[in-house]
Unconditional design. Structure first.
Length: 48
C-alpha cells in the first residue's frame, strides 16, 4: 500500500525542468546596450 506522499514524490521529475522552461528560454529577447536605453529614457541633469 502506498501513502499520498509516495504518490506525490513519484510524479516529481528528477531534473525539475519542463518543456515550458525550454520554450520560455527560447523566447528571450536580449536587451540593447545601456547607451541606447539612456537615449530613449534620458535622466535629467546628465549628459547624453
Amino acid at each position: 500500500m502506498t501513502s499520498p506522499l509516495d504518490n506525490y514524490l513519484a510524479t516529481v521529475p528528477a531534473d525539475k525542468t519542463s518543456l515550458t522552461d525550454d520554450e520560455r528560454i527560447e523566447n528571450i529577447v536580449p536587451l540593447p546596450p545601456p547607451e541606447h536605453l539612456i537615449r530613449f529614457f534620458p535622466i535629467q541633469g546628465t549628459a547624453v
